[in-house]
Design a protein around this ligand. Sequence first.
Ligand code: TRP
Length: 488
Amino acid sequence: MNNREQWGSRTGFILAAAGSAVGLGNIWKFPYIAGENGGAAFLFIYLICIVAIGLPILNVEILLGRETQKNPVGAFKSIAGKSSIWKYAGALGVLASFTILSFYSVVGGWSLGYTVEAFKGTFSAFETLEISEKFFGESVSNVKWIIGYHTAFFLMVVGIILLGVKSGLEKASKFLMPTLLLILIILAAQGLMLDGANEGVSFLFNPDWSAVNGETFLKALGHAFFTLSLGMGAMMTYGSYLSNKDDIVNASYIIVFLDTFIAILAGVAIFTVVFSAGGEPAGGPGLIFNVLTTSLAKLPGAYFFGISFFVLLTIAAITSAISILEVSVAYLVDEFKYSRKKATLIMSILVYCAAIPCALSFNALEDVKLFVQDKGFTFFDVADFLASNLLLPLGGFFIAVFAGYVWGIDEVVKKLLKGDSQSVYFSNSILRSSSNKSIFGVLIKFLSPVLIILVLLYAISEGLKTDPPKEEMPVEQEVAPVEEVLDA
Ligand code: TRP
Protein backbone atom coordinates (compact mmCIF):
# COMPACT_ATOMS: atom_id res chain seq x y z
CA MET A 1 0.00 0.00 0.00
CA ASN A 2 2.89 2.34 0.30
CA ASN A 3 5.99 2.64 -1.78
CA ARG A 4 8.26 3.54 1.10
CA GLU A 5 11.83 2.59 0.41
CA GLN A 6 13.36 -0.21 2.44
CA TRP A 7 16.81 -1.46 3.27
CA GLY A 8 18.13 -4.00 0.80
CA SER A 9 19.43 -6.33 3.49
CA ARG A 10 19.72 -6.91 7.19
CA THR A 11 23.43 -6.15 7.12
CA GLY A 12 22.65 -2.96 5.22
CA PHE A 13 20.42 -1.75 8.03
CA ILE A 14 22.84 -2.73 10.76
CA LEU A 15 25.75 -1.00 9.05
CA ALA A 16 23.71 2.13 8.40
CA ALA A 17 22.49 2.25 12.00
CA ALA A 18 25.98 1.57 13.30
CA GLY A 19 27.20 4.24 10.88
CA SER A 20 24.79 6.67 12.48
CA ALA A 21 25.91 5.72 15.96
CA VAL A 22 29.63 5.75 15.23
CA GLY A 23 30.64 9.32 14.61
CA LEU A 24 32.40 12.34 15.95
CA GLY A 25 30.90 11.26 19.28
CA ASN A 26 33.09 8.16 19.37
CA ILE A 27 36.30 9.49 17.91
CA TRP A 28 36.31 13.17 18.80
CA LYS A 29 34.17 13.43 21.92
CA PHE A 30 34.58 10.13 23.77
CA PRO A 31 38.37 10.22 24.14
CA TYR A 32 38.40 13.78 25.39
CA ILE A 33 35.61 13.42 27.90
CA ALA A 34 37.12 10.15 29.09
CA GLY A 35 40.46 11.98 29.30
CA GLU A 36 38.96 14.72 31.41
CA ASN A 37 37.00 12.43 33.68
CA GLY A 38 39.48 9.89 34.89
CA GLY A 39 39.74 7.52 31.91
CA ALA A 40 38.81 4.00 32.98
CA ALA A 41 36.44 5.11 35.72
CA PHE A 42 34.47 7.13 33.20
CA LEU A 43 34.52 4.24 30.77
CA PHE A 44 33.03 1.96 33.39
CA ILE A 45 30.14 4.28 34.23
CA TYR A 46 29.55 5.03 30.58
CA LEU A 47 29.28 1.30 29.84
CA ILE A 48 26.65 0.92 32.52
CA CYS A 49 24.63 3.77 31.00
CA ILE A 50 24.91 2.23 27.55
CA VAL A 51 23.65 -1.15 28.70
CA ALA A 52 21.04 -0.03 31.21
CA ILE A 53 19.55 2.92 29.36
CA GLY A 54 20.93 3.14 25.83
CA LEU A 55 20.17 -0.42 24.79
CA PRO A 56 16.53 -0.55 25.90
CA ILE A 57 15.76 2.86 24.39
CA LEU A 58 17.48 1.85 21.16
CA ASN A 59 15.17 -1.18 20.94
CA VAL A 60 12.13 1.00 21.50
CA GLU A 61 13.16 3.64 18.96
CA ILE A 62 13.78 1.15 16.18
CA LEU A 63 10.54 -0.62 17.05
CA LEU A 64 8.54 2.62 16.88
CA GLY A 65 9.89 3.14 13.37
CA ARG A 66 9.37 -0.42 12.19
CA GLU A 67 5.81 -0.68 13.49
CA THR A 68 4.62 2.65 12.12
CA GLN A 69 6.80 2.97 9.00
CA LYS A 70 6.95 6.67 9.73
CA ASN A 71 9.18 9.59 10.67
CA PRO A 72 9.12 10.55 14.38
CA VAL A 73 6.12 12.88 14.15
CA GLY A 74 4.12 10.36 12.11
CA ALA A 75 5.20 7.51 14.37
CA PHE A 76 3.79 9.07 17.53
CA LYS A 77 0.67 10.14 15.66
CA SER A 78 -0.04 6.71 14.32
CA ILE A 79 0.12 5.05 17.73
CA ALA A 80 -1.25 7.76 20.02
CA GLY A 81 -3.73 9.29 17.57
CA LYS A 82 -3.55 12.29 15.28
CA SER A 83 -4.68 14.81 17.84
CA SER A 84 -2.59 13.48 20.68
CA ILE A 85 0.06 15.79 22.09
CA TRP A 86 2.63 13.02 21.63
CA LYS A 87 3.26 14.24 18.11
CA TYR A 88 5.12 17.15 19.69
CA ALA A 89 7.61 14.65 21.08
CA GLY A 90 8.32 13.75 17.46
CA ALA A 91 8.47 17.40 16.46
CA LEU A 92 11.10 17.88 19.13
CA GLY A 93 13.17 15.32 17.25
CA VAL A 94 12.88 17.24 13.99
CA LEU A 95 13.95 20.38 15.83
CA ALA A 96 16.88 18.51 17.38
CA SER A 97 17.90 17.22 13.97
CA PHE A 98 18.25 20.81 12.82
CA THR A 99 20.12 21.91 15.89
CA ILE A 100 22.58 19.01 16.00
CA LEU A 101 23.42 19.19 12.34
CA SER A 102 24.11 22.90 12.51
CA PHE A 103 27.16 22.34 14.73
CA TYR A 104 27.93 18.76 13.73
CA SER A 105 28.51 19.73 10.11
CA VAL A 106 30.88 22.48 11.21
CA VAL A 107 33.06 19.94 13.06
CA GLY A 108 32.63 17.64 10.05
CA GLY A 109 34.08 20.48 7.99
CA TRP A 110 37.09 20.76 10.33
CA SER A 111 37.80 17.10 9.97
CA LEU A 112 37.59 17.38 6.19
CA GLY A 113 39.93 20.36 6.35
CA TYR A 114 42.36 18.43 8.55
CA THR A 115 42.26 15.55 6.09
CA VAL A 116 43.45 17.89 3.37
CA GLU A 117 46.15 19.27 5.69
CA ALA A 118 47.25 15.73 6.52
CA PHE A 119 47.75 15.02 2.82
CA LYS A 120 49.70 18.25 2.51
CA GLY A 121 51.98 17.12 5.33
CA THR A 122 51.20 20.18 7.44
CA PHE A 123 51.36 18.27 10.74
CA SER A 124 55.02 17.37 10.44
CA ALA A 125 55.77 20.90 11.61
CA PHE A 126 53.69 20.55 14.80
CA GLU A 127 56.56 20.26 17.22
CA THR A 128 54.85 21.85 20.16
CA LEU A 129 51.31 22.17 21.32
CA GLU A 130 51.49 25.92 20.83
CA ILE A 131 52.15 25.47 17.13
CA SER A 132 49.23 23.12 16.61
CA GLU A 133 46.91 25.24 18.74
CA LYS A 134 47.89 28.29 16.80
CA PHE A 135 47.22 26.48 13.54
CA PHE A 136 43.82 25.30 14.75
CA GLY A 137 42.93 28.76 16.00
CA GLU A 138 43.98 30.35 12.73
CA SER A 139 42.10 27.80 10.66
CA VAL A 140 38.81 28.18 12.46
CA SER A 141 39.08 31.92 12.57
CA ASN A 142 39.53 32.01 8.82
CA VAL A 143 36.03 32.54 7.42
CA LYS A 144 36.93 31.15 4.00
CA TRP A 145 38.51 28.00 5.45
CA ILE A 146 35.67 27.20 7.79
CA ILE A 147 32.80 28.01 5.40
CA GLY A 148 34.55 26.32 2.49
CA TYR A 149 35.08 22.99 4.26
CA HIS A 150 31.73 23.16 5.94
CA THR A 151 30.09 23.59 2.55
CA ALA A 152 32.09 20.72 1.04
CA PHE A 153 31.17 18.44 3.92
CA PHE A 154 27.54 19.43 3.67
CA LEU A 155 27.42 18.75 -0.07
CA MET A 156 28.70 15.22 0.47
CA VAL A 157 25.99 14.58 3.03
CA VAL A 158 23.25 16.01 0.81
CA GLY A 159 24.52 14.01 -2.17
CA ILE A 160 24.17 10.73 -0.27
CA ILE A 161 20.70 11.66 1.02
CA LEU A 162 19.54 12.53 -2.50
CA LEU A 163 20.46 9.06 -3.70
CA GLY A 164 17.88 7.57 -1.34
CA VAL A 165 17.79 4.82 1.27
CA LYS A 166 19.15 1.86 -0.65
CA SER A 167 21.55 3.43 -3.09
CA GLY A 168 22.49 6.33 -0.82
CA LEU A 169 22.42 5.60 2.91
CA GLU A 170 22.91 1.85 2.64
CA LYS A 171 25.56 1.77 -0.07
CA ALA A 172 27.58 4.53 1.57
CA SER A 173 27.48 2.78 4.95
CA LYS A 174 28.32 -0.61 3.50
CA PHE A 175 31.45 0.80 1.97
CA LEU A 176 32.41 3.35 4.61
CA MET A 177 31.86 1.35 7.81
CA PRO A 178 34.21 -1.55 7.04
CA THR A 179 36.78 0.98 5.80
CA LEU A 180 36.48 2.86 9.06
CA LEU A 181 36.84 -0.29 11.14
CA LEU A 182 39.89 -1.37 9.19
CA ILE A 183 41.65 1.98 9.52
CA LEU A 184 40.88 2.14 13.22
CA ILE A 185 42.17 -1.35 13.91
CA ILE A 186 45.40 -0.53 12.10
CA LEU A 187 45.75 2.71 14.06
CA ALA A 188 45.07 1.01 17.39
CA ALA A 189 47.49 -1.82 16.59
CA GLN A 190 50.16 0.65 15.55
CA GLY A 191 49.52 2.64 18.71
CA LEU A 192 49.91 -0.47 20.86
CA MET A 193 53.32 -1.14 19.38
CA LEU A 194 54.71 2.21 20.41
CA ASP A 195 57.08 2.54 23.33
CA GLY A 196 55.15 3.67 26.33
CA ALA A 197 51.84 2.44 24.93
CA ASN A 198 51.20 0.71 28.26
CA GLU A 199 50.63 3.96 29.99
CA GLY A 200 47.90 4.88 27.55
CA VAL A 201 46.25 1.49 27.91
CA SER A 202 46.32 1.58 31.66
CA PHE A 203 44.87 5.08 31.65
CA LEU A 204 41.92 3.68 29.73
CA PHE A 205 41.48 0.44 31.65
CA ASN A 206 42.75 1.02 35.21
CA PRO A 207 40.10 3.00 37.01
CA ASP A 208 41.02 5.90 39.21
CA TRP A 209 37.86 6.16 41.26
CA SER A 210 38.93 9.35 42.96
CA ALA A 211 38.25 11.22 39.71
CA VAL A 212 34.57 10.27 39.78
CA ASN A 213 31.85 12.53 41.06
CA GLY A 214 28.18 13.14 40.30
CA GLU A 215 29.06 15.08 37.24
CA THR A 216 30.97 12.15 35.75
CA PHE A 217 27.85 10.06 35.97
CA LEU A 218 25.69 12.69 34.34
CA LYS A 219 28.18 13.31 31.57
CA ALA A 220 28.40 9.61 30.89
CA LEU A 221 24.64 9.36 30.52
CA GLY A 222 24.41 12.35 28.22
CA HIS A 223 27.11 10.90 26.07
CA ALA A 224 25.40 7.51 25.95
CA PHE A 225 22.47 9.22 24.22
CA PHE A 226 24.60 11.16 21.84
CA THR A 227 26.81 8.29 20.84
CA LEU A 228 23.94 5.88 20.15
CA SER A 229 22.06 8.56 18.16
CA LEU A 230 19.15 8.33 20.57
CA GLY A 231 16.47 10.75 21.62
CA MET A 232 15.61 12.49 18.37
CA GLY A 233 14.18 9.78 16.17
CA ALA A 234 17.21 9.04 14.01
CA MET A 235 17.05 5.36 14.92
CA MET A 236 13.26 5.54 14.59
CA THR A 237 13.59 6.84 11.05
CA TYR A 238 16.15 4.18 10.15
CA GLY A 239 13.84 1.60 11.74
CA SER A 240 11.00 2.81 9.54
CA TYR A 241 12.84 1.47 6.50
CA LEU A 242 12.79 -2.04 7.99
CA SER A 243 10.09 -4.50 7.08
CA ASN A 244 7.88 -6.01 9.69
CA LYS A 245 9.73 -9.29 9.56
CA ASP A 246 13.08 -7.78 10.41
CA ASP A 247 14.65 -8.51 13.75
CA ILE A 248 15.38 -5.62 16.10
CA VAL A 249 16.66 -7.25 19.27
CA ASN A 250 19.80 -8.79 17.82
CA ALA A 251 20.41 -5.84 15.54
CA SER A 252 20.42 -3.59 18.61
CA TYR A 253 22.99 -5.76 20.38
CA ILE A 254 25.23 -5.54 17.34
CA ILE A 255 24.82 -1.77 16.98
CA VAL A 256 25.60 -1.17 20.65
CA PHE A 257 28.55 -3.53 20.51
CA LEU A 258 30.03 -1.88 17.41
CA ASP A 259 29.55 1.61 18.78
CA THR A 260 31.20 0.76 22.09
CA PHE A 261 33.96 -1.28 20.53
CA ILE A 262 34.83 1.57 18.17
CA ALA A 263 34.85 4.17 20.95
CA ILE A 264 37.25 1.98 22.93
CA LEU A 265 39.44 1.35 19.88
CA ALA A 266 39.54 5.09 19.25
CA GLY A 267 40.55 5.56 22.89
CA VAL A 268 43.37 3.05 22.49
CA ALA A 269 44.51 4.59 19.20
CA ILE A 270 44.57 8.08 20.68
CA PHE A 271 45.84 7.55 24.24
CA THR A 272 48.70 5.26 23.22
CA VAL A 273 49.93 7.95 20.85
CA VAL A 274 49.34 10.76 23.32
CA PHE A 275 51.09 9.02 26.24
CA SER A 276 54.00 7.65 24.29
CA ALA A 277 54.74 11.11 22.95
CA GLY A 278 54.44 12.57 26.45
CA GLY A 279 51.20 14.46 25.78
CA GLU A 280 48.36 15.00 28.21
CA PRO A 281 45.06 13.11 28.07
CA ALA A 282 42.97 16.03 29.26
CA GLY A 283 43.35 18.05 26.09
CA GLY A 284 39.67 18.94 25.85
CA PRO A 285 37.85 19.19 22.52
CA GLY A 286 41.17 20.05 20.92
CA LEU A 287 42.50 16.61 21.95
CA ILE A 288 42.43 15.17 18.46
CA PHE A 289 42.99 18.38 16.53
CA ASN A 290 45.81 19.72 18.68
CA VAL A 291 47.20 17.12 21.04
CA LEU A 292 46.99 14.19 18.67
CA THR A 293 48.55 16.03 15.75
CA THR A 294 51.38 17.26 17.97
CA SER A 295 51.96 13.80 19.43
CA LEU A 296 51.83 12.31 15.96
CA ALA A 297 54.50 14.59 14.62
CA LYS A 298 56.99 12.91 16.95
CA LEU A 299 56.28 9.39 15.80
CA PRO A 300 57.48 7.24 12.95
CA GLY A 301 54.94 6.85 10.16
CA ALA A 302 53.33 10.12 11.17
CA TYR A 303 52.31 11.05 7.65
CA PHE A 304 50.38 7.84 7.10
CA PHE A 305 48.96 7.92 10.62
CA GLY A 306 47.69 11.45 10.14
CA ILE A 307 46.01 10.82 6.82
CA SER A 308 44.35 7.61 8.03
CA PHE A 309 43.12 9.23 11.16
CA PHE A 310 41.43 12.21 9.55
CA VAL A 311 39.99 10.18 6.68
CA LEU A 312 38.52 7.95 9.37
CA LEU A 313 37.12 10.87 11.29
CA THR A 314 35.52 12.34 8.18
CA ILE A 315 33.93 9.03 7.21
CA ALA A 316 32.50 8.61 10.69
CA ALA A 317 31.12 12.15 10.59
CA ILE A 318 29.47 11.66 7.19
CA THR A 319 27.62 8.45 8.05
CA SER A 320 26.31 10.10 11.21
CA ALA A 321 25.37 13.39 9.57
CA ILE A 322 23.27 11.62 6.94
CA SER A 323 21.22 10.00 9.68
CA ILE A 324 20.61 13.36 11.31
CA LEU A 325 19.43 15.02 8.08
CA GLU A 326 17.36 11.98 7.12
CA VAL A 327 15.03 12.61 10.07
CA SER A 328 13.82 15.95 8.77
CA VAL A 329 13.76 14.77 5.16
CA ALA A 330 11.57 11.79 6.12
CA TYR A 331 9.34 14.19 8.01
CA LEU A 332 8.65 16.30 4.91
CA VAL A 333 8.25 13.23 2.70
CA ASP A 334 5.77 11.49 5.04
CA GLU A 335 3.80 14.39 6.41
CA PHE A 336 3.71 16.73 3.44
CA LYS A 337 4.04 14.19 0.63
CA TYR A 338 7.02 15.97 -0.83
CA SER A 339 9.30 14.11 -3.20
CA ARG A 340 12.58 13.01 -1.68
CA LYS A 341 14.42 15.46 -3.86
CA LYS A 342 12.29 18.43 -2.92
CA ALA A 343 12.37 17.50 0.78
CA THR A 344 16.15 17.13 0.72
CA LEU A 345 16.68 20.43 -1.02
CA ILE A 346 14.39 22.37 1.30
CA MET A 347 15.81 20.86 4.48
CA SER A 348 19.41 21.12 3.42
CA ILE A 349 19.08 24.77 2.52
CA LEU A 350 17.44 25.45 5.89
CA VAL A 351 19.99 23.48 7.87
CA TYR A 352 22.86 24.92 5.89
CA CYS A 353 21.71 28.44 6.74
CA ALA A 354 21.20 27.49 10.38
CA ALA A 355 24.77 26.21 10.47
CA ILE A 356 26.32 29.44 9.22
CA PRO A 357 26.14 31.25 12.57
CA CYS A 358 27.78 28.17 14.17
CA ALA A 359 30.59 28.25 11.64
CA LEU A 360 31.03 31.96 12.17
CA SER A 361 31.13 31.53 15.95
CA PHE A 362 34.90 31.20 15.67
CA ASN A 363 35.50 34.27 13.61
CA ALA A 364 33.08 36.93 12.35
CA LEU A 365 30.50 36.29 15.07
CA GLU A 366 33.01 35.40 17.75
CA ASP A 367 31.93 38.31 19.85
CA VAL A 368 28.23 37.78 19.51
CA LYS A 369 27.32 36.16 22.78
CA LEU A 370 23.86 34.93 23.54
CA PHE A 371 22.16 35.22 26.90
CA VAL A 372 25.07 36.81 28.69
CA GLN A 373 27.22 39.36 26.97
CA ASP A 374 30.96 39.12 27.71
CA LYS A 375 30.91 35.69 29.18
CA GLY A 376 28.07 34.06 27.29
CA PHE A 377 27.61 31.44 24.65
CA THR A 378 28.42 31.63 20.97
CA PHE A 379 25.91 30.19 18.49
CA PHE A 380 28.04 27.04 18.31
CA ASP A 381 27.97 26.56 22.09
CA VAL A 382 24.23 27.12 22.19
CA ALA A 383 23.52 24.61 19.42
CA ASP A 384 25.71 21.95 21.03
CA PHE A 385 24.41 22.55 24.53
CA LEU A 386 20.77 22.76 23.49
CA ALA A 387 20.92 19.59 21.44
CA SER A 388 23.18 17.32 23.45
CA ASN A 389 22.19 18.35 26.91
CA LEU A 390 18.53 19.27 26.58
CA LEU A 391 16.76 18.06 23.44
CA LEU A 392 18.21 14.54 23.32
CA PRO A 393 17.64 13.59 26.96
CA LEU A 394 14.18 15.13 26.78
CA GLY A 395 13.43 13.14 23.64
CA GLY A 396 14.73 9.99 25.33
CA PHE A 397 12.53 10.68 28.34
CA PHE A 398 9.42 10.95 26.16
CA ILE A 399 10.29 7.79 24.26
CA ALA A 400 10.76 5.81 27.47
CA VAL A 401 7.58 7.16 29.05
CA PHE A 402 5.63 6.59 25.87
CA ALA A 403 6.79 2.98 25.61
CA GLY A 404 6.36 2.30 29.31
CA TYR A 405 3.05 3.94 29.99
CA VAL A 406 1.22 4.71 26.73
CA TRP A 407 2.10 1.88 24.40
CA GLY A 408 2.66 -0.50 27.29
CA ILE A 409 5.63 -2.71 28.06
CA ASP A 410 3.71 -5.91 27.35
CA GLU A 411 2.87 -4.71 23.88
CA VAL A 412 6.40 -3.46 23.24
CA VAL A 413 7.99 -6.72 24.37
CA LYS A 414 5.49 -8.79 22.38
CA LYS A 415 6.31 -6.86 19.24
CA LEU A 416 10.05 -6.92 19.86
CA LEU A 417 10.13 -10.64 20.43
CA LYS A 418 7.25 -11.53 18.10
CA GLY A 419 6.19 -14.30 20.40
CA ASP A 420 9.26 -16.46 19.90
CA SER A 421 12.75 -16.24 21.31
CA GLN A 422 12.77 -15.87 25.06
CA SER A 423 15.38 -13.86 26.80
CA VAL A 424 15.93 -13.14 30.46
CA TYR A 425 16.30 -9.52 29.63
CA PHE A 426 12.79 -9.20 28.23
CA SER A 427 10.71 -11.67 30.17
CA ASN A 428 10.78 -12.82 33.70
CA SER A 429 10.01 -16.44 33.03
CA ILE A 430 11.14 -17.68 36.44
CA LEU A 431 8.48 -15.71 38.23
CA ARG A 432 6.05 -16.03 35.35
CA SER A 433 5.07 -12.47 35.84
CA SER A 434 4.33 -9.90 33.18
CA SER A 435 6.92 -8.12 31.03
CA ASN A 436 6.47 -5.14 33.31
CA LYS A 437 8.69 -6.87 35.79
CA SER A 438 11.26 -7.96 33.26
CA ILE A 439 14.64 -6.27 33.42
CA PHE A 440 13.75 -4.45 30.22
CA GLY A 441 10.44 -3.24 31.67
CA VAL A 442 12.04 -1.91 34.83
CA LEU A 443 14.74 -0.11 32.87
CA ILE A 444 12.27 1.56 30.50
CA LYS A 445 9.56 2.40 33.04
CA PHE A 446 11.60 3.44 36.03
CA LEU A 447 15.32 3.70 35.71
CA SER A 448 15.56 5.58 32.40
CA PRO A 449 12.98 8.29 33.12
CA VAL A 450 14.36 8.96 36.59
CA LEU A 451 17.98 9.16 35.50
CA ILE A 452 17.12 11.31 32.51
CA ILE A 453 15.31 13.79 34.71
CA LEU A 454 18.43 14.01 36.83
CA VAL A 455 20.52 14.75 33.74
CA LEU A 456 18.10 17.41 32.65
CA LEU A 457 18.15 19.11 36.02
CA TYR A 458 21.92 19.04 35.92
CA ALA A 459 21.99 20.40 32.37
CA ILE A 460 19.62 23.20 33.30
CA SER A 461 21.62 24.13 36.36
CA GLU A 462 24.79 24.17 34.23
CA GLY A 463 23.05 26.29 31.63
CA LEU A 464 22.08 28.83 34.23
CA LYS A 465 25.65 29.36 35.28
CA THR A 466 27.21 32.30 33.57
CA ASP A 467 30.27 30.40 32.35
CA PRO A 468 29.92 28.95 28.89
CA PRO A 469 30.15 25.15 28.84
CA LYS A 470 33.91 25.06 28.65
CA GLU A 471 34.32 21.51 27.49
CA GLU A 472 32.37 22.25 24.33
CA MET A 473 34.63 25.03 23.19
CA PRO A 474 37.20 23.67 20.84
CA VAL A 475 39.47 26.64 20.51
CA GLU A 476 42.43 27.46 22.60
CA GLN A 477 42.06 24.83 25.23
CA GLU A 478 44.44 24.85 28.05
CA VAL A 479 46.08 21.55 28.55
CA ALA A 480 46.01 20.90 32.24
CA PRO A 481 48.43 18.43 33.78
CA VAL A 482 46.78 15.14 34.65
CA GLU A 483 47.20 15.51 38.39
CA GLU A 484 45.39 18.78 38.31
CA VAL A 485 42.47 17.35 36.43
CA LEU A 486 42.29 14.35 38.69
CA ASP A 487 42.36 16.53 41.75
CA ALA A 488 39.63 18.82 40.49
N1 TRP B 1 25.92 9.24 17.20
C1 TRP B 1 26.65 10.16 16.42
C2 TRP B 1 28.03 10.35 17.00
O1 TRP B 1 28.38 9.70 17.94
C3 TRP B 1 25.96 11.49 16.27
C4 TRP B 1 24.57 11.36 15.84
C5 TRP B 1 24.11 10.88 14.66
C6 TRP B 1 23.45 11.65 16.61
N2 TRP B 1 22.74 10.86 14.68
C7 TRP B 1 22.31 11.35 15.84
C8 TRP B 1 23.32 12.16 17.87
C9 TRP B 1 21.07 11.51 16.36
C10 TRP B 1 22.06 12.33 18.38
C11 TRP B 1 20.94 11.99 17.65
O2 TRP B 1 28.78 11.15 16.52
